[in-house]
Design a binder for this molecule. Sequence first.
Ligand code: ZN
Length: 285
Amino acid sequence: MNDYLVKAVAYQNQIRAYAVNSTATVAEAQRGHAARPTAADALGRSMTAGVILGAMLKGEEKVSVKINGGGPLGTIIVDSNAKGEVRGYVSNPQTEINEVGKAVGMKGLLTVSKDVGLMHPFVGQIPLISGEIAEDYTSYLSRSEQTASAVGVGVLVNSDYTVKAAGGFIIQLMPGADEDVMSMIEERIKVIAPLSSIIAEGSTPEQILEHVLGSENVTVLESMPVQFQCQCSVDRISNAIISLGSEEIQDMIETDGHAEANCHFCNESYYFDTGHLEALKKIAL
Ligand SMILES: [Zn+2]
């Protein structure tokens, strides 16, 4: 099944809700990074919430989320956009600690940078609450975007480290809505079956929302495909090499006669031979 995301309203338009089944997307990230289970879980949770943040945007807008809690996983970076395209990276995918919170750590920050086409991106930053990802995103949305929110994300990893299932939701109180509605939903979330078991059943995004909000309360407005999509290209890597300057490029030519670059996100490798480097050197200053 291809991954997709739904946007919905609930409780007489007092609630805006998003849910996604991100299984294939997270599976691709796990394979690309050869990530061990906890790294795949942390990265998958971050990507699942990140792709929903992207879905809140419009047109060519983009969002990048950076999580660094000082734990053994290092930094997690997720880039996504309004088209359901997302990519993710974790510094130390081989980390063996088997609890996400401990692997991420909680002495650090969650930073969200939104490119909405203005000269400078909108940047919001909060201290991590637990390193468990969902709570950290909830804190970001509530504190930095002043939107009362509930975030749930889950990833299930098979014994061979492949991803069995991934998905999640973000539920938000609309401006001017009754705050009791959010409290009621939070109470409901505490007593229903955990998200992980719903995800394990391979639930659709619609089913995730019905589970969390109650089927009678949800009106799905639209759905959109979601996929792992890297933004790297020969042009982008070329530009990065050009920005090093002609002296640096000359040094590469003399030292190795070539240059190789690996994309952190998708593991694609790019090879530049001497002729290619000579051409880039001519463009560089
Ligand atoms: Zn890439």
